[in-house]
Design a protein around this ligand. Structure first.
Ligand code: GDP
Length: 443
Protein backbone atom coordinates (compact mmCIF):
# COMPACT_ATOMS: atom_id res chain seq x y z
CA UNK A 1 0.00 0.00 0.00
CA UNK A 2 3.03 2.23 0.15
CA UNK A 3 3.79 1.53 -3.48
CA UNK A 4 2.33 4.78 -4.79
CA UNK A 5 4.27 6.76 -2.21
CA UNK A 6 7.46 4.94 -3.08
CA UNK A 7 6.91 5.65 -6.74
CA UNK A 8 6.28 9.34 -6.22
CA UNK A 9 9.28 9.73 -4.00
CA UNK A 10 11.39 8.43 -6.81
CA UNK A 11 10.52 11.63 -8.66
CA UNK A 12 12.05 13.51 -5.76
CA UNK A 13 15.34 11.65 -6.04
CA UNK A 14 15.37 12.22 -9.79
CA UNK A 15 15.37 15.95 -9.22
CA UNK A 16 18.73 15.60 -7.58
CA UNK A 17 20.33 13.16 -9.94
CA UNK A 18 23.18 14.63 -11.90
CA UNK A 19 23.83 17.33 -9.30
CA UNK A 20 27.21 17.27 -7.66
CA UNK A 21 26.02 18.37 -4.26
CA UNK A 22 22.94 19.27 -2.31
CA UNK A 23 22.30 22.99 -2.16
CA UNK A 24 19.55 25.23 -0.87
CA UNK A 25 18.61 25.95 -4.46
CA UNK A 26 18.57 22.52 -6.05
CA UNK A 27 16.80 20.89 -3.18
CA UNK A 28 13.59 22.88 -3.47
CA UNK A 29 12.17 20.85 -6.34
CA UNK A 30 12.97 17.62 -4.57
CA UNK A 31 11.30 18.86 -1.40
CA UNK A 32 8.24 19.81 -3.39
CA UNK A 33 8.06 16.26 -4.71
CA UNK A 34 8.38 14.84 -1.22
CA UNK A 35 5.56 17.08 -0.05
CA UNK A 36 3.39 16.11 -2.98
CA UNK A 37 4.11 12.42 -2.46
CA UNK A 38 3.19 12.52 1.23
CA UNK A 39 -0.01 14.44 0.64
CA UNK A 40 -1.02 12.03 -2.09
CA UNK A 41 -0.46 9.19 0.39
CA UNK A 42 -3.02 10.82 2.68
CA UNK A 43 -0.58 11.96 5.31
CA UNK A 44 -2.05 14.77 7.39
CA UNK A 45 -1.07 18.23 6.11
CA UNK A 46 0.35 19.38 9.41
CA UNK A 47 2.49 16.26 9.62
CA UNK A 48 3.68 16.79 6.04
CA UNK A 49 4.72 20.36 6.72
CA UNK A 50 6.73 19.44 9.77
CA UNK A 51 8.30 16.54 7.90
CA UNK A 52 9.38 18.55 4.88
CA UNK A 53 10.76 21.33 7.02
CA UNK A 54 12.84 18.89 9.02
CA UNK A 55 14.19 17.24 5.87
CA UNK A 56 15.10 20.63 4.45
CA UNK A 57 17.00 21.63 7.57
CA UNK A 58 18.90 18.38 7.65
CA UNK A 59 19.60 18.32 3.93
CA UNK A 60 20.90 21.85 3.66
CA UNK A 61 23.08 21.34 6.70
CA UNK A 62 24.43 18.02 5.47
CA UNK A 63 28.11 17.65 4.73
CA UNK A 64 29.12 16.36 1.34
CA UNK A 65 30.17 12.76 1.77
CA UNK A 66 32.63 11.57 -0.80
CA UNK A 67 31.46 8.63 -2.85
CA UNK A 68 27.81 9.38 -2.08
CA UNK A 69 25.66 11.07 -4.69
CA UNK A 70 23.34 13.88 -3.60
CA UNK A 71 20.24 11.89 -4.47
CA UNK A 72 21.46 8.99 -2.37
CA UNK A 73 22.26 11.29 0.47
CA UNK A 74 18.84 12.84 0.20
CA UNK A 75 17.17 9.43 0.31
CA UNK A 76 19.10 8.69 3.46
CA UNK A 77 17.91 11.90 5.06
CA UNK A 78 14.29 11.21 4.12
CA UNK A 79 14.66 7.64 5.36
CA UNK A 80 16.02 8.80 8.71
CA UNK A 81 13.20 11.28 9.01
CA UNK A 82 10.62 8.61 8.26
CA UNK A 83 12.14 6.47 10.97
CA UNK A 84 12.10 9.48 13.25
CA UNK A 85 8.43 10.05 12.61
CA UNK A 86 7.30 6.45 12.78
CA UNK A 87 9.72 5.14 15.37
CA UNK A 88 12.87 3.09 15.18
CA UNK A 89 11.79 -0.45 15.88
CA UNK A 90 8.71 -2.38 16.81
CA UNK A 91 7.20 -1.26 20.12
CA UNK A 92 6.11 -4.36 22.02
CA UNK A 93 3.00 -4.73 24.13
CA UNK A 94 3.24 -3.87 27.77
CA UNK A 95 3.96 -6.74 30.12
CA UNK A 96 3.12 -6.14 33.78
CA UNK A 97 5.53 -7.19 36.50
CA UNK A 98 2.55 -8.49 38.40
CA UNK A 99 0.08 -10.11 36.03
CA UNK A 100 -2.45 -9.64 34.75
CA UNK A 101 -1.29 -7.18 32.16
CA UNK A 102 -4.28 -5.03 31.33
CA UNK A 103 -4.85 -3.77 27.81
CA UNK A 104 -7.62 -1.29 27.11
CA UNK A 105 -8.90 -1.03 23.54
CA UNK A 106 -10.27 2.32 22.37
CA UNK A 107 -11.58 3.60 19.08
CA UNK A 108 -14.56 4.45 16.96
CA UNK A 109 -17.17 1.93 15.97
CA UNK A 110 -16.38 -0.07 12.87
CA UNK A 111 -12.63 0.49 13.02
CA UNK A 112 -12.05 -3.16 13.85
CA UNK A 113 -11.71 -2.85 17.61
CA UNK A 114 -13.48 -6.08 18.51
CA UNK A 115 -11.68 -7.97 15.78
CA UNK A 116 -8.36 -6.51 16.97
CA UNK A 117 -9.15 -7.61 20.53
CA UNK A 118 -9.44 -11.20 19.36
CA UNK A 119 -6.41 -10.87 17.07
CA UNK A 120 -4.31 -9.66 19.98
CA UNK A 121 -5.55 -12.46 22.21
CA UNK A 122 -4.59 -15.00 19.59
CA UNK A 123 -1.20 -13.35 19.12
CA UNK A 124 -0.52 -13.47 22.87
CA UNK A 125 -1.76 -16.99 23.15
CA UNK A 126 0.78 -18.06 20.55
CA UNK A 127 3.40 -16.57 22.87
CA UNK A 128 2.01 -18.73 25.66
CA UNK A 129 0.41 -15.77 27.40
CA UNK A 130 -3.06 -16.72 28.65
CA UNK A 131 -5.82 -14.20 27.96
CA UNK A 132 -9.22 -13.09 29.04
CA UNK A 133 -11.28 -10.80 26.81
CA UNK A 134 -13.77 -8.50 28.49
CA UNK A 135 -16.91 -7.30 26.67
CA UNK A 136 -18.02 -3.90 27.88
CA UNK A 137 -19.94 -2.68 24.83
CA UNK A 138 -23.39 -2.89 26.41
CA UNK A 139 -24.94 -0.58 23.84
CA UNK A 140 -24.65 -3.09 21.05
CA UNK A 141 -25.57 -6.57 22.25
CA UNK A 142 -24.25 -7.80 18.91
CA UNK A 143 -20.79 -6.63 19.95
CA UNK A 144 -20.86 -8.90 23.00
CA UNK A 145 -22.00 -11.82 20.86
CA UNK A 146 -19.30 -11.05 18.33
CA UNK A 147 -16.62 -11.25 21.01
CA UNK A 148 -18.08 -14.50 22.37
CA UNK A 149 -18.05 -16.00 18.89
CA UNK A 150 -14.46 -14.91 18.30
CA UNK A 151 -13.51 -16.21 21.73
CA UNK A 152 -14.87 -19.65 20.88
CA UNK A 153 -13.03 -19.59 17.60
CA UNK A 154 -9.64 -18.87 19.15
CA UNK A 155 -10.39 -20.69 22.44
CA UNK A 156 -9.97 -17.63 24.63
CA UNK A 157 -12.48 -17.05 27.45
CA UNK A 158 -14.72 -13.98 27.38
CA UNK A 159 -15.95 -12.18 30.48
CA UNK A 160 -19.32 -10.50 30.08
CA UNK A 161 -22.27 -9.47 32.23
CA UNK A 162 -24.88 -9.03 29.53
CA UNK A 163 -26.06 -5.67 28.29
CA UNK A 164 -27.70 -4.37 31.46
CA UNK A 165 -24.54 -4.04 33.50
CA UNK A 166 -22.40 -0.95 33.88
CA UNK A 167 -19.34 -1.00 31.56
CA UNK A 168 -16.99 0.24 34.27
CA UNK A 169 -18.19 -2.48 36.60
CA UNK A 170 -17.80 -5.13 33.90
CA UNK A 171 -14.23 -4.05 33.28
CA UNK A 172 -13.45 -4.05 36.99
CA UNK A 173 -14.91 -7.49 37.57
CA UNK A 174 -13.28 -8.87 34.43
CA UNK A 175 -9.88 -7.84 35.73
CA UNK A 176 -10.71 -9.25 39.17
CA UNK A 177 -11.57 -12.59 37.62
CA UNK A 178 -8.35 -12.67 35.60
CA UNK A 179 -6.36 -11.93 38.74
CA UNK A 180 -8.13 -14.66 40.62
CA UNK A 181 -7.57 -17.20 37.87
CA UNK A 182 -3.94 -16.28 37.34
CA UNK A 183 -4.52 -15.19 33.75
CA UNK A 184 -1.63 -13.36 32.16
CA UNK A 185 -3.37 -10.65 30.09
CA UNK A 186 -6.82 -9.08 30.12
CA UNK A 187 -7.96 -7.26 27.01
CA UNK A 188 -10.87 -4.92 27.59
CA UNK A 189 -12.95 -4.23 24.48
CA UNK A 190 -14.95 -1.04 24.80
CA UNK A 191 -17.88 0.60 23.09
CA UNK A 192 -17.25 2.78 20.09
CA UNK A 193 -19.43 5.41 18.47
CA UNK A 194 -19.57 6.38 14.87
CA UNK A 195 -18.09 9.71 15.84
CA UNK A 196 -16.22 11.01 18.80
CA UNK A 197 -18.65 12.02 21.53
CA UNK A 198 -18.41 13.17 25.08
CA UNK A 199 -20.26 10.21 26.58
CA UNK A 200 -17.97 7.73 24.95
CA UNK A 201 -14.87 9.60 26.08
CA UNK A 202 -16.26 9.96 29.59
CA UNK A 203 -16.95 6.26 29.87
CA UNK A 204 -13.56 5.33 28.49
CA UNK A 205 -11.86 7.62 30.95
CA UNK A 206 -13.81 6.01 33.79
CA UNK A 207 -12.91 2.50 32.69
CA UNK A 208 -9.31 3.55 32.37
CA UNK A 209 -9.33 4.98 35.87
CA UNK A 210 -11.00 1.89 37.28
CA UNK A 211 -8.69 -0.74 35.78
CA UNK A 212 -5.42 1.22 35.37
CA UNK A 213 -4.38 -0.43 32.09
CA UNK A 214 -0.73 -1.00 31.23
CA UNK A 215 -1.49 -0.37 27.59
CA UNK A 216 -4.25 1.81 26.15
CA UNK A 217 -4.38 1.08 22.45
CA UNK A 218 -6.23 3.26 20.00
CA UNK A 219 -7.60 1.28 17.09
CA UNK A 220 -7.35 3.36 13.94
CA UNK A 221 -8.80 2.46 10.57
CA UNK A 222 -6.07 3.07 7.99
CA UNK A 223 -8.73 3.83 5.40
CA UNK A 224 -9.63 7.04 7.21
CA UNK A 225 -6.44 8.64 5.90
CA UNK A 226 -6.28 12.30 6.87
CA UNK A 227 -8.86 11.89 9.63
CA UNK A 228 -6.61 9.48 11.50
CA UNK A 229 -4.57 12.44 12.71
CA UNK A 230 -7.51 14.29 14.27
CA UNK A 231 -8.85 11.14 15.83
CA UNK A 232 -5.50 10.32 17.37
CA UNK A 233 -5.12 13.80 18.73
CA UNK A 234 -8.55 13.79 20.39
CA UNK A 235 -8.21 10.37 21.96
CA UNK A 236 -4.72 11.10 23.17
CA UNK A 237 -5.66 14.41 24.70
CA UNK A 238 -8.81 13.11 26.35
CA UNK A 239 -7.83 9.70 27.64
CA UNK A 240 -4.11 9.30 27.00
CA UNK A 241 -3.07 6.41 24.78
CA UNK A 242 0.13 4.36 24.92
CA UNK A 243 0.00 3.06 21.38
CA UNK A 244 -2.14 2.25 18.39
CA UNK A 245 -3.26 -0.58 16.17
CA UNK A 246 -3.72 0.37 12.56
CA UNK A 247 -6.38 -1.81 10.95
CA UNK A 248 -7.37 -2.54 7.38
CA UNK A 249 -3.90 -2.05 6.02
CA UNK A 250 -4.79 -4.75 3.52
CA UNK A 251 -7.33 -2.45 1.87
CA UNK A 252 -6.50 0.23 -0.65
CA UNK A 253 -5.46 2.69 2.01
CA UNK A 254 -2.57 4.84 0.90
CA UNK A 255 -0.77 4.35 4.16
CA UNK A 256 -0.71 7.96 5.33
CA UNK A 257 -2.21 7.16 8.71
CA UNK A 258 0.90 5.22 9.58
CA UNK A 259 2.90 8.43 9.44
CA UNK A 260 0.34 10.59 11.17
CA UNK A 261 -0.39 8.58 14.30
CA UNK A 262 2.98 8.70 15.99
CA UNK A 263 3.81 12.11 14.71
CA UNK A 264 0.68 13.50 16.39
CA UNK A 265 0.63 11.51 19.62
CA UNK A 266 4.26 10.56 20.08
CA UNK A 267 2.95 7.04 20.66
CA UNK A 268 3.93 4.09 18.48
CA UNK A 269 1.81 1.94 16.24
CA UNK A 270 2.32 -1.46 17.77
CA UNK A 271 0.41 -3.66 15.34
CA UNK A 272 -1.26 -3.54 11.98
CA UNK A 273 -4.36 -5.45 10.95
CA UNK A 274 -4.07 -6.89 7.49
CA UNK A 275 -7.33 -8.76 6.99
CA UNK A 276 -10.60 -9.86 8.49
CA UNK A 277 -9.32 -13.16 9.79
CA UNK A 278 -8.16 -13.45 13.41
CA UNK A 279 -4.67 -14.38 12.28
CA UNK A 280 -4.33 -11.20 10.24
CA UNK A 281 -2.32 -9.16 12.71
CA UNK A 282 1.34 -8.20 12.38
CA UNK A 283 3.72 -6.35 14.65
CA UNK A 284 4.51 -2.99 13.08
CA UNK A 285 8.15 -2.45 12.08
CA UNK A 286 8.50 1.23 11.20
CA UNK A 287 12.13 0.93 10.14
CA UNK A 288 11.24 -1.72 7.60
CA UNK A 289 8.26 0.22 6.34
CA UNK A 290 10.55 3.21 5.88
CA UNK A 291 12.83 1.11 3.74
CA UNK A 292 9.89 -0.14 1.75
CA UNK A 293 8.52 3.35 1.20
CA UNK A 294 11.84 4.31 -0.28
CA UNK A 295 11.65 1.47 -2.72
CA UNK A 296 14.54 -0.40 -1.20
CA UNK A 297 12.47 -3.48 -0.71
CA UNK A 298 12.31 -5.24 2.54
CA UNK A 299 14.92 -7.89 2.80
CA UNK A 300 14.40 -8.37 6.51
CA UNK A 301 10.71 -9.12 6.19
CA UNK A 302 11.52 -11.44 3.34
CA UNK A 303 13.99 -13.33 5.47
CA UNK A 304 11.50 -13.44 8.31
CA UNK A 305 8.75 -14.81 6.11
CA UNK A 306 11.14 -17.44 4.88
CA UNK A 307 11.95 -18.24 8.47
CA UNK A 308 8.44 -19.46 9.00
CA UNK A 309 9.05 -22.01 6.28
CA UNK A 310 12.52 -23.23 7.00
CA UNK A 311 14.15 -24.13 10.24
CA UNK A 312 15.76 -21.44 12.32
CA UNK A 313 19.38 -22.44 11.85
CA UNK A 314 19.00 -22.37 8.12
CA UNK A 315 17.33 -18.96 8.17
CA UNK A 316 19.95 -17.44 10.43
CA UNK A 317 22.62 -18.74 8.11
CA UNK A 318 20.78 -17.25 5.14
CA UNK A 319 20.49 -13.89 6.83
CA UNK A 320 24.17 -13.87 7.71
CA UNK A 321 24.97 -14.76 4.11
CA UNK A 322 22.85 -11.90 2.85
CA UNK A 323 24.44 -9.44 5.20
CA UNK A 324 27.96 -10.57 4.41
CA UNK A 325 27.36 -10.80 0.68
CA UNK A 326 28.05 -14.52 0.70
CA UNK A 327 24.59 -15.11 -0.71
CA UNK A 328 25.09 -17.16 -3.86
CA UNK A 329 22.95 -18.63 -6.62
CA UNK A 330 22.31 -21.77 -4.57
CA UNK A 331 20.78 -19.66 -1.82
CA UNK A 332 18.91 -17.67 -4.38
CA UNK A 333 17.40 -20.80 -5.86
CA UNK A 334 16.42 -22.00 -2.41
CA UNK A 335 14.72 -18.67 -1.69
CA UNK A 336 12.89 -18.77 -4.98
CA UNK A 337 11.54 -22.22 -4.23
CA UNK A 338 10.48 -21.05 -0.80
CA UNK A 339 8.65 -18.13 -2.35
CA UNK A 340 6.71 -20.55 -4.47
CA UNK A 341 5.83 -22.63 -1.44
CA UNK A 342 4.75 -19.58 0.45
CA UNK A 343 1.71 -19.12 -1.71
CA UNK A 344 1.07 -15.53 -2.58
CA UNK A 345 3.89 -14.77 -4.94
CA UNK A 346 2.65 -11.21 -5.36
CA UNK A 347 2.81 -10.42 -1.68
CA UNK A 348 6.31 -11.75 -1.37
CA UNK A 349 7.64 -10.23 -4.57
CA UNK A 350 6.69 -6.80 -3.35
CA UNK A 351 9.17 -7.21 -0.55
CA UNK A 352 12.04 -7.65 -2.93
CA UNK A 353 14.14 -4.60 -3.83
CA UNK A 354 13.10 -3.14 -7.13
CA UNK A 355 9.97 -5.25 -7.31
CA UNK A 356 7.74 -3.09 -5.17
CA UNK A 357 6.09 -1.54 -8.17
CA UNK A 358 4.61 -4.69 -9.58
CA UNK A 359 0.99 -4.47 -10.61
CA UNK A 360 -1.34 -7.40 -10.95
CA UNK A 361 -0.66 -7.70 -14.65
CA UNK A 362 3.07 -7.71 -14.04
CA UNK A 363 2.75 -10.61 -11.69
CA UNK A 364 2.18 -13.20 -14.31
CA UNK A 365 5.20 -11.87 -16.10
CA UNK A 366 7.05 -12.11 -12.80
CA UNK A 367 6.15 -15.77 -12.52
CA UNK A 368 7.46 -16.42 -16.01
CA UNK A 369 10.67 -14.52 -15.22
CA UNK A 370 11.14 -16.54 -12.07
CA UNK A 371 10.83 -19.75 -14.03
CA UNK A 372 13.36 -18.53 -16.57
CA UNK A 373 15.71 -17.48 -13.83
CA UNK A 374 15.34 -20.84 -12.20
CA UNK A 375 16.09 -22.58 -15.48
CA UNK A 376 19.27 -20.55 -15.94
CA UNK A 377 20.46 -21.29 -12.42
CA UNK A 378 19.71 -24.95 -12.94
CA UNK A 379 22.01 -24.92 -15.95
CA UNK A 380 24.94 -23.57 -13.96
CA UNK A 381 27.65 -25.80 -12.54
CA UNK A 382 28.11 -26.06 -8.80
CA UNK A 383 31.13 -23.75 -8.98
CA UNK A 384 29.30 -21.17 -11.03
CA UNK A 385 26.45 -21.06 -8.59
CA UNK A 386 28.80 -20.54 -5.72
CA UNK A 387 30.83 -17.99 -7.57
CA UNK A 388 28.86 -15.85 -10.03
CA UNK A 389 32.13 -14.11 -11.01
CA UNK A 390 33.06 -17.16 -13.07
CA UNK A 391 30.12 -16.38 -15.31
CA UNK A 392 30.77 -12.67 -15.31
CA UNK A 393 34.25 -13.30 -16.72
CA UNK A 394 33.57 -16.05 -19.20
CA UNK A 395 31.41 -15.72 -22.33
CA UNK A 396 31.71 -19.46 -23.11
CA UNK A 397 30.33 -20.31 -19.69
CA UNK A 398 27.45 -17.89 -20.22
CA UNK A 399 26.74 -19.39 -23.62
CA UNK A 400 26.66 -22.86 -22.13
CA UNK A 401 24.16 -21.76 -19.47
CA UNK A 402 22.11 -19.96 -22.09
CA UNK A 403 21.97 -23.05 -24.30
CA UNK A 404 21.15 -25.26 -21.37
CA UNK A 405 18.20 -23.14 -20.34
CA UNK A 406 16.93 -22.07 -23.73
CA UNK A 407 17.84 -18.43 -23.11
CA UNK A 408 20.21 -15.99 -24.78
CA UNK A 409 23.69 -15.21 -23.56
CA UNK A 410 22.44 -11.69 -22.96
CA UNK A 411 19.85 -13.00 -20.48
CA UNK A 412 22.52 -14.82 -18.54
CA UNK A 413 24.72 -11.72 -18.48
CA UNK A 414 21.86 -9.68 -17.20
CA UNK A 415 21.04 -12.17 -14.49
CA UNK A 416 24.63 -12.25 -13.27
CA UNK A 417 24.96 -8.45 -13.32
CA UNK A 418 21.73 -7.88 -11.47
CA UNK A 419 22.47 -10.60 -8.98
CA UNK A 420 25.87 -9.15 -8.19
CA UNK A 421 24.38 -5.71 -7.81
CA UNK A 422 21.63 -6.98 -5.57
CA UNK A 423 24.14 -8.74 -3.40
CA UNK A 424 26.12 -5.55 -3.03
CA UNK A 425 22.99 -3.68 -2.14
CA UNK A 426 21.99 -6.22 0.47
CA UNK A 427 25.40 -5.98 1.98
CA UNK A 428 25.17 -2.20 2.20
CA UNK A 429 21.76 -2.46 3.78
CA UNK A 430 23.14 -4.93 6.26
CA UNK A 431 25.81 -2.44 7.21
CA UNK A 432 23.23 0.26 7.62
CA UNK A 433 24.40 2.07 4.51
CA UNK A 434 22.37 3.15 1.54
CA UNK A 435 22.04 0.97 -1.49
CA UNK A 436 23.04 2.34 -4.84
CA UNK A 437 20.26 3.37 -7.14
CA UNK A 438 18.88 1.24 -9.88
CA UNK A 439 19.42 -2.06 -8.13
CA UNK A 440 17.00 -4.85 -8.68
CA UNK A 441 16.31 -8.49 -8.57
CA UNK A 442 17.31 -10.69 -11.42
CA UNK A 443 14.41 -11.45 -13.65
P1 GDP B 1 -15.54 -2.45 15.89
O1 GDP B 1 -16.89 -1.86 15.73
O2 GDP B 1 -14.49 -1.40 15.99
O3 GDP B 1 -15.46 -3.44 17.01
O4 GDP B 1 -15.21 -3.20 14.54
P2 GDP B 1 -15.25 -4.74 14.17
O5 GDP B 1 -14.19 -5.48 14.87
O6 GDP B 1 -16.63 -5.25 14.32
O7 GDP B 1 -14.85 -4.65 12.62
C1 GDP B 1 -15.59 -3.93 11.68
C2 GDP B 1 -15.40 -4.55 10.30
O8 GDP B 1 -14.08 -4.38 9.87
C3 GDP B 1 -15.65 -6.04 10.29
O9 GDP B 1 -16.33 -6.37 9.11
C4 GDP B 1 -14.25 -6.64 10.30
O10 GDP B 1 -14.21 -7.91 9.67
C5 GDP B 1 -13.50 -5.61 9.49
N1 GDP B 1 -12.06 -5.58 9.81
C6 GDP B 1 -11.47 -5.46 11.02
N2 GDP B 1 -10.12 -5.44 10.91
C7 GDP B 1 -9.83 -5.56 9.60
C8 GDP B 1 -8.62 -5.58 8.85
O11 GDP B 1 -7.48 -5.48 9.35
N3 GDP B 1 -8.75 -5.70 7.49
C9 GDP B 1 -9.97 -5.79 6.89
N4 GDP B 1 -10.01 -5.91 5.56
N5 GDP B 1 -11.13 -5.75 7.56
C10 GDP B 1 -11.08 -5.64 8.90
Amino acid sequence: MFDALAERLEDAWKKLRGQDKISQANIQDALKEVRRALLAADVNLQVVKAFVKEVETKATGAEVISGVRPDQQFIKIVHDELVDVMGETNAPLAEADNPPTIILMAGLQGTGKTTATAKLALFLQKQKRSCLMVATDVYRPAAIDQLITLGKQIKVPVFEMGSDANPVEIARQGVAQATEQGIDTVIVDTAGRLQIDADMMGELAQIKKAVQPHDTLLVVDAMTGQEAANLTRTFHEEIGITGAILTKMDGDSRGGAALSVRSISGKPIKFVGVGEKVEALQPFYPDRIASRILGMGDVLTLVEKAQEEIDMADAAQMQAKILEARFDFNDFLKQMRLLKNMGSLGGVLKLIPGMNKLSGADLEKGEVELKRTEAMINSMTKQERENPDLLAKSPPRRRRVANGSGRLERDVSELVTKFTRMRGMMKQMGQGGMPGMGGGMPG
